[in-house]
Design a protein. Structure first.
Length: 740
């Protein structure tokens, strides 16, 4: 006998409240997760609808007390059914709990009131109104007279407006209602987070590349072929224009589109362009909206009141009745991966969701993720490209400065001689400068300032990380060595961990260029809401000459007067303890370099590095994605990293160090019994001690996702039944995006 866990009321608070029902034999084939069912509910066995959230053969309730499902509704699929199916997929793919997965896909309802708007309608003809007006005049009913003159002007008026703006008493309105002069009606009102009202139709004629891309996708669409396309085009090549065109065509067919963007901060710019084209048929969804605003956007989507939803990850779960297209802009951005459970990747979920809804997917990027490019090359996605910038603006010239030479010339400053010269030049010409510190994943790697050697793990090709105890550790395999006093390659004593923050750089820049006005943007200066935008705007108004920042300044902002970009230490992210570090470095440097000299001013980018020969630096210099990819994929292939295999990250956390040690060893041991050398670790996490807890990491490499899922299930049940996992938390992360 099969049993189903049925939920009657879907909302975030009630996800735990499922009821067990038996599935009669004849309904078994239809009783899948997500299916809508009719059940006898409560003591009176009233018929109610519900959804199946899970299936089991071993119910928790005594079987003889379990009622039968009455029937499965199979005729029309409701959106909730589909979202529950998607949650089941997320659960399986990322090893989450079903509850966590459901929380992500189902819209919030928590404490949200629907907003109603009351209207007053004139029910009698003008003659009657006029007669009544005369009566009111005789009796000096001023409020009533005001209401009459309003009704004379317009048959329908807002209740609130009559009361607030025209000072008409509620009693007067009541009287009118009693007399049957007016009627009252209520209408659902949606909160609209978009404040702009200008809609300029500014139709751009697409160039040949854009037209080709649109036609390639559209001809498939017309043939009912739903595929995933990777649109590879440098910044400014007109990708957004391609999205707009496709969405318009999709909307004309009565279907809707979702546009995912990597970060909230980019919403406004994107919104404006969509608003110009689609007016209030477009909306946004993101975490800064109030619960009420969010809820209303879900409702507007569901009711078919909008055609396009824009936003970061969560916008993907807009309940459109007829989804036709999903765009994932800047598809390579790591922020698409959720940091909280379920640790899903929005790009992958988008592709799955599109498959379920019969929608097309367009992934767009100037520097595609290695995963997506690989799939495009394998033919799983279709590759389309926009090889040229739309406007005749010049590509910035990119110059790589070898910091080892600076040391030889006894320049110990963080500004190379060349960068210093160029900054002075710009300051004189009153042009602006961006200084970029590539700090992502910065994790105390050790390098030689004379020869540029970075100490790497002999087994993993990731940089070793210096721990507080002076040991150098590999975070992938646990390899440990003591820190050498001299460089193993050139015997220089200038071997140390590279560490500088933006604050320090600001100080150094102030000393070096005392006449310059300097702004800094990083996590510290952008803590307050809105300060992010205000720093950017101030810089854009040219209130400062130099802006110093982390990756935050690399994205999507188009500064008119910036002609020089300096990447101070390109190596910083190159040696993050993570196999994607070369990819990230390439993407980031391309992005910052692109900030220089848009709009017809020749720009220059200076990339300072101890490792000018590294393929990702070389590829940036030549602006050659293909070249980067060919090198990178070889490295991934050699070590079976994604996309040529899958990786399961297991983080084991406990306040008790001994127990943690034992539990992590046990877990790795269980995995090794089955997979041997594909199990890496346990090893201390880079930040071993966080929030009063110790953390260890185990990685498992597997070519097949299914095998990874099996081993994960195996480990989970081991954890459940072993006595060694009290006080221990274990977190799984399938295909993690950052190193631990
Ligand atoms: P991307 O999304 O690839 O960075 P955009 O679509 O934002 O590129 O295009 C860059 C700029 O060029 C925008 O200001 C856009 O309005 C403009 N643009 C795009 N396509 C054309 C075109 N065919 N003709 C003229 N201008 C265009
Ligand atoms: Zn050296
Ligand atoms: Zn290693």
């Amino acid at each position: 006998m099969q049993y189903a866990k049925v939920i009657v009321n879907i909302s975030h608070e009630n996800l735990d409240k499922t009821y067990e029902y038996a599935i009669p034999k004849e309904w078994e084939p239809y009783a899948v997760i997500g299916a809508q069912v009719v059940i006898p509910f409560g003591a009176g066995n009233r018929e109610r609808k519900g959804f199946i959230l899970g299936l089991t053969e071993t119910p928790e309730f005594p079987p003889e007390k379990i009622k039968d499902i009455l029937r499965v509704l199979t005729t029309d699929t409701v959106i909730e059914s589909q979202f529950i199916q998607l949650a089941a997929w997320i659960r399986k793919r990322y090893g989450a709990t079903m509850n966590d997965a459901l929380r992500v896909v189902l819209p919030v309802k928590k404490g949200v009131k629907e907003k109603q708007e009351k209207y007053l309608h004139l029910l009698v003809d003008r003659e009657k109104l006029f007669l009544y007006a005369q009566e009111c005049e005789r009796k000096h009913y001023h409020a009533r007279l005001r209401l009459i003159s309003l009704l004379e002007e317009c048959d329908t008026i807002l209740y609130q407006e009559a009361v607030n703006d025209w000072n008409i008493s509620r009693d007067a309105i009541k009287k009118f209602l009693e007399l049957g002069i007016i009627g009252i009606s209520t209408e659902r009102k949606y909160r609209n987070p978009i404040k702009e009202t200008i809609q300029i139709e500014n139709k751009i004629v697409m160039n040949q590349w854009q037209q080709d891309a649109v036609e390639a996708i559209w001809s498939d669409y017309e043939l009912k072929l739903r595929k995933v396309y990777l649109l590879h085009g440098v910044t400014g090549s007109g990708k957004t224009q391609v999205y707009l065109e496709l969405i318009e065509r999709v909307a004309k067919k009565g279907k809707q589109a979702i546009v995912l963007i990597p970060e909230i901060s980019l919403t406004v710019a994107m919104m404006q362009r969509f608003y110009e084209r689609f007016g209030d048929r477009v909306s946004v969804l993101h975490s800064k909206l109030s619960e009420g605003e969010k809820y209303d956007q879900y409702e507007r989507a569901k009711e078919g009141k909008i055609d396009v939803m824009i936003g970061p990850r969560s916008a993907l779960f807009s309940p459109f009745p007829n989804l036709g297209l999903i765009v994932v802009d800047e598809e390579h951005e790591p922020s698409y991966k959720s940091e909280l459970p379920p640790k899903y990747h929005a790009r992958e979920v988008a592709i799955e969701w599109a498959k379920m809804c019969g929608a097309t997917v367009v992934l767009g990027s100037a520097t595609p993720s290695v995963e997506s490019y690989f799939k495009a090359k394998e033919g799983e996605y279709e590759l389309l490209s926009l090889p040229e910038r739309v406007q005749e603006s010049c590509q910035p010239s990119i110059c790589v400065v070898d910091l080892r030479e600076e040391l030889k010339a006894r320049n110990f400053s963080i500004f190379s001689r060349e960068l210093k010269e160029k900054i002075k030049e710009r300051l004189e010409r009153k042009e602006q400068i961006l200084l970029f510190l590539n700090r992502r994943g910065y994790a105390g790697f050790i390098s030689c300032r004379q020869c540029g050697l970075v100490l790497e793990c002999p087994h993993c090709q990731v940089s070793l990380t210096e721990h507080n105890n002076g040991k150098l550790v590999c975070h992938y395999c646990g390899h440990e060595t003591v820190k050498p006093q001299l460089c193993p390659s050139c015997s220089s004593k200038y071997i140390a961990s590279f560490g500088t923050g933006t604050e320090k750089i600001e100080e150094l820049a102030k000393n070096e260029f005392p006449q310059a006005k300097i702004l800094r943007m990083d996590k510290d200066t952008t803590g307050r809401k809105g300060s992010y935008a205000s720093i950017l705007q101030a810089f854009d108004r040219q209130e400062a000459d130099i802006l110093i920042g982390t990756q935050m300044i690399a994205k999507g902002h188009d500064f008119k007067n910036v002609t020089l970009v300096g990447a101070l230490a390109a190596d910083l992210s190159l040696y993050a303890n993570d196999f994607r570090s070369a990819e990230r470095t390439f993407q980031l440097l391309c992005q910052v370099a692109g900030r220089a000299g848009r709009r017809n001013i020749l720009g220059e980018a200076i990339i300072q590095t101890y490792n000018p020969g590294h393929y990702s630096i070389q590829a940036v210099k030549e602006q050659n994605y293909e070249k980067f990819y060919e090198q990178e994929i070889q490295f991934r292939e050699l070590l079976r990293y994604p996309p040529l295999g899958h990786l399961l990250g297991i983080l084991v956390v406990s306040p008790d160090e001994d127990k943690l040690e034992r539990a992590a060893m046990l877990l790795a041991g269980v995995a090794k019994e089955q997979l041997k050398e594909n199990v890496i670790g346990p090893v201390n996490a880079y930040r071993y001690w966080i929030k009063d807890k110790y953390r260890k990491v185990i990685y498992i490499k597997q070519p097949e996702l299914e095998l990874l899922d099996l081993i994960k299930k195996h480990l989970e049940s081991y954890i459940q039944f072993s006595s060694h996992f009290k006080q221990i938390n274990v977190y799984f992360d399938v295909d993690p995006i950052t190193g631990y």
